[in-house]
Design a protein around this ligand. Structure first.
Ligand code: GDP
Length: 309
């Protein structure tokens, strides 16, 4: 990939796609292609084919997906499986047909079996039952990974897949019903402080463990992989994370302090905990020479400043 390559960012308005776009622009990549959902519906095969045939992108970041937190995933599983399968199948196939030089597919750490050993190594894929609260999404993402792998096998393409841990950063979704925990808690603590509320409700027991990566770090890793590494260097896919996790209780305390809220935290045990721990093994990524650089506390402070603006 060089500065004049024609690069399509699918999902450029989402948290990851927008971070990749910002970083590519700041590094002088000058031929970036992106389309809003209104301009190009990625679930529509004909539209995707026409787009690829007329625009001929050389590199594709496939960051478009239907995503959501634990409630959205478990309430709308049909939408999650359908939309994600359609987007992947259309874009990956069109990339093959139109001779795309390299494609980077974005998965998620929820592809791993619910009770897989921690930290999660890439080889644990498909070794056990999935977490039920996000099974539909996970199945779709696993299909995307295997599509890339099998296209590489049969057609000699260079399609790589990355599995990010829980992400946070600019352009996150702050809707309380569909957001992930980081955005949800930033909003809850901020509003509780503003309205002088005596308590904040945190879902579940507070004991699940999660790992959080700032999306600017994620974009940095994706661009490095796109620039330097091929499918044969990476294998089927590669984890992207920090290698460190914390409990939801610790996260809640951290956000409470950053926001400056002084009330109580109540744990609502009627809400699901989801998978007990999600920590990625990042040995493979570290071996390629990449490490996350944004510390969790600094990252949350940055995001909170952006949120209040
Ligand atoms: P997950 O990583 O797929 O489980 O997705 P989430 O980011 O939505 O949830 C992570 C954990 O945070 C789960 O144990 C949730 O129960 C917990 N959690 C606590 N409070 C909230 C909240 O207000 N919203 C969300 N989405 N999760 C919360």
């Amino acid at each position: 990939m060089n500065k004049n390559s024609r690069i399509f960012i699918a999902g450029h308005r989402g948290m990851v796609g927008s971070a990749i776009k910002r970083k590519l622009e700041s590094r002088g990549y000058s031929d970036l292609l992106y389309r809003t959902r209104g301009e190009l519906d990625l679930t529509n095969q004909q539209s995707v084919n026409e787009f690829f045939t007329s625009q001929k992108p050389e590199y594709v970041f496939l960051a478009a997906a239907k995503v959501g937190g634990i409630m959205a995933n478990s309430t709308y599983p049909a939408e999650f499986i359908y939309e994600n399968l359609m987007i992947e199948a259309n874009v990956i196939h069109a990339a093959y047909v139109n001779g795309v030089k390299k494609l980077l597919f974005l998965g998620s750490s929820c592809i791993y079996p619910r009770l897989a050993p921690q930290p999660l190594k890439e080889e644990y894929l498909l070794t056990g039952e999935l977490e039920v609260t996000n099974e539909a999404y996970a199945i779709a993402k696993i299909a995307g990974i295997r599509m890339c792998k099998h296209y590489n096998q049969q057609y000699g393409t260079n399609f790589i897949s990355v599995m990010p841990t829980n992400l946070y950063g600019p352009n996150d979704n702050y809707d309380p019903k569909t957001s992930h925990v980081m955005a949800a808690l930033i909003r809850k603590f901020h509003e509780a402080k503003k309205n002088n509320e005596p308590e904040v409700i945190v879902w579940g027991t507070g004991s699940p463990r999660r790992e959080f990566l700032h999306v600017d770090d994620m974009a940095d890793a994706c661009i490095l992989l796109m620039e330097k590494y091929t499918f044969s260097d990476i294998g089927e896919f590669i984890n992207i994370g920090t290698g460190r996790d914390i409990t939801i209780r610790e996260l809640a305390e951290l956000i409470k302090n950053i926001v400056g809220y002084h009330g109580k935290i109540i744990y609502d045990h009627s809400k699901p905990d989801g998978t007990p721990q999600k920590l990625l093994d990042v040995t493979k990524l570290h071996r390629l020479g990449w490490k996350a650089s944004i510390q969790l506390k600094d990252g949350i402070e940055r995001v909170y400043r952006e949120y209040i603006q």
